[in-house]
Design a binder for this molecule. Structure first.
Ligand SMILES: [Zn+2]
Length: 342
């Protein structure tokens, strides 16, 4: 195994949340907004009204603890994004904007305190294009380097015309885009076995990639830098079927974009979170090591416990390892080693 200290390491997929959240339900007078109950030291319950959603620990909000753990994991930089349940796309647009501003200011604050260790992604009120673009511009001003969005917006897929101006503005503003699966289409069919996470999420990510390919987003916005979570979910393993569908039924598939979906392999990034060395090798064959970037889903249990270990344990050639651990991420973010004092 290669020395972990040897490679500049950026983790593009980590989640953070403020230690305390406003009681938005009381303020806005409706809805099922998340709040935190700090019921014992270093732990909090994420609650949706009175319903328990998830237990989180202080590494979810404490940057010092995160940096300590980064030291153990040999991670130089974490890219911070909110927890997808905070997207609140279902809220009134003005309330969604207020939530996004609160979360974005928090992430920007953490990044400004530790500019060589954290890079921030914002969240937007995607349910309202104008407000989303307004907040996107503000995100750029406060130093965030990109935006994280969900795999759909209130069940509109990412080819929906309402999202295109937001993507266009991201390209114009040179903001990276991270697409994370959330609130899975078939959730109600998956009550058992943690299936929304194991089956729903990978399907959601493939839905997002296919929507952006067939909707012509990548064709019309060739400079938009997009990364998808969880190694692209089920997309990479079903691209053969997807291409065959394009050949077999262009009347159904190629209605908004005439090009073969494989044209876009190598245009977008995937994170490395596949938990399987054979799958990681396959992703590199499919889209290139320069389009795969370490992503761990820190600090959650379905993520990689020791971020970067899958990549390091594969014993790739040093130039490949260097790309997977850091260089691909820098290219996606349009940042340079010098931005981190290297
Ligand atoms: Zn995640």
């Amino acid at each position: 195994m290669l020395s972990p200290q040897k490679f500049f390491t950026v983790d593009i997929h980590t989640h953070i949340i403020p230690e305390n959240l406003p009681r938005w339900k009381e303020k806005f007078g409706y809805g099922e907004f998340i709040h935190l109950e700090h019921h014992k030291p270093c732990c909090a319950k994420m609650m949706v009204d009175d319903a328990f959603f998830r237990e989180i620990e202080s590494n979810c909000w404490d940057p010092i603890q995160r940096l300590t753990e980064c030291g153990h994991h040999h991670v130089d930089v974490q890219v911070l994004s909110t927890i997808p349940i905070m997207f609140s796309y279902w809220a009134e647009p003005k309330d969604g904007l207020e939530i996004a501003q609160f979360l974005n200011d928090h992430i920007a604050g953490v990044c400004s305190r530790y500019p060589k260790r954290f890079v921030g992604l914002g969240t937007l009120p995607m349910q309202h294009s104008e407000l989303a673009i307004k907040e996107l511009r503000r995100c750029k001003e406060i130093g965030l380097k990109g935006i994280q969005i969900g795999s759909h917006v209130n069940h509109l897929n990412l080819n929906d015309p309402s999202t295109f101006p937001i993507f266009e503005a991201m390209q114009d503003l040179d903001m990276a885009l991270f697409v994370h699966p959330w609130w899975y289409s078939a959730n109600k069919k998956m009550p058992d076995y943690w299936l929304p996470w194991l089956v729903g999420m990978p399907a959601e990510t493939s839905l997002a990639i296919c929507s952006m390919i067939f909707g012509g987003i990548f064709e019309r916005l060739p400079r938009l830098r997009v990364a998808f979570a969880h190694g692209g979910g089920s997309f990479p393993s079903t691209i053969g079927r997807i291409e065959h569908g394009w050949h077999a039924r262009p009347d159904l598939v190629a209605i908004d974009n005439p090009n073969n979906p494989k044209k876009y392999l190598g245009q977008f990034w995937l994170d490395s979170l596949v938990h399987d060395p054979k799958m990681l090798h396959y992703l590199i064959d499919l889209i290139g090591a320069n389009r795969i970037a370490l992503g761990s889903d820190y600090p959650f249990p379905l993520g990689e416990d020791n971020p970067g270990s899958l990549i390091r344990n594969c014993n790739f050639a040093p130039e490949i390892t260097s790309q997977l651990l850091g260089t691909s991420a820098l290219e996606w973010l349009n940042m340079h080693l010098s931005d981190f004092g290297r």
